[in-house]
Design a protein around this ligand. Structure first.
Ligand SMILES: [Zn+2]
Length: 252
């Protein structure tokens, strides 16, 4: 099986690698700047074939401080990359972070060898030196990371319809699966949209210990406050009418 290739932010990658990078950027709390992605056979000679297949990415850290460089390597390692800071002292390249997605189906031979080296706590270079990055994540993969950090909100499908039946169910249930979960995620994302701003970005997830159905009622109350509707915490005709104005289709 091979990975689904995708060009993301002008960089050739695959979907699994992109999902990993999104998670790592979230940990780092800032965007990465990519120099080189994957499937780049013959692209950069100094890369020695490690970017020929999938799962490989280089991040520009020329302008970052030593602490920021460490934080980028750490974030990448936490989500399942074999990642190292590469310095001009090590080769003919500028400061960058070289990362290989562990477990990627499309790894080139060179990249697969680097993963093995990473797990042996080595630096992945020809000199087979000791790993010089933050230890403690050698056994992590993207799949393990996801298991430990389940996404509370499923990725919203490109659909703009909200079901009243699903909303009634979402009011009393916590699972984020099924139509109620997807519709609830859409309502919450809409409420947090800068043009609506009924809730803050932080409020798109329940605070620790608060069940989803209670959090959702609170979001609905905030929406009702914002649009000067009677505050009931129930997804009713009032909210439905507002969302219709924003282009949503409300169904039974
Ligand atoms: Zn690289």
């Amino acid at each position: 099986m091979s990975e689904a290739r995708i060009v993301w932010r002008r960089t050739q990658l695959n979907r699994r690698t992109v999902a990993m990078l999104v998670a790592a950027e979230k940990l780092y709390q800032s965007q990465f700047k990519f120099i080189q992605g994957s499937y780049n056979k013959g692209g950069v000679q100094a890369s020695a074939g490690t970017h020929d297949g999938g799962g490989a990415v280089d991040i520009d850290v020329v302008k970052q401080s030593p602490a920021q460089r460490r934080a980028i390597v750490l974030a990448l390692r936490k989500v399942g990359f074999a990642a190292w800071l590469r310095t001009p002292a090590q080769g003919r390249w500028p400061y960058h972070v070289h990362a290989i997605a562990i477990g990627d189906q499309d790894l080139s031979r060179g990249a697969a060898i680097q993963v093995t080296e990473y797990r042996r706590k080595r630096n992945g270079l020809a000199n087979r030196g000791k790993d010089d990055g933050p230890p403690g994540f050698y056994g992590i993969t993207w799949e393990l990371y996801q298991k430990a950090h389940p996404a509370p909100v499923p990725v919203a499908v490109p659909d703009s319809s909200i079901s009243l039946g699903a909303m009634a169910y979402a009011r009393t249930h916590d699972a984020m699966t099924g139509a109620w979960g997807a519709d609830r995620a859409r309502v919450v994302a809409w409420a947090a949209h800068p043009r609506v701003a009924a809730i803050s970005k932080a409020e798109t997830l329940p605070p620790a210990g608060v069940p989803w159905h209670l959090h959702f009622q609170r979001v609905l109350r905030k929406v009702q406050l914002k649009f000067q509707l009677p505050v009931t915490g129930i997804f009713n005709e009032g909210i439905a009418a507002v969302m219709k104005r924003y282009g949503y289709k409300i169904t039974a």
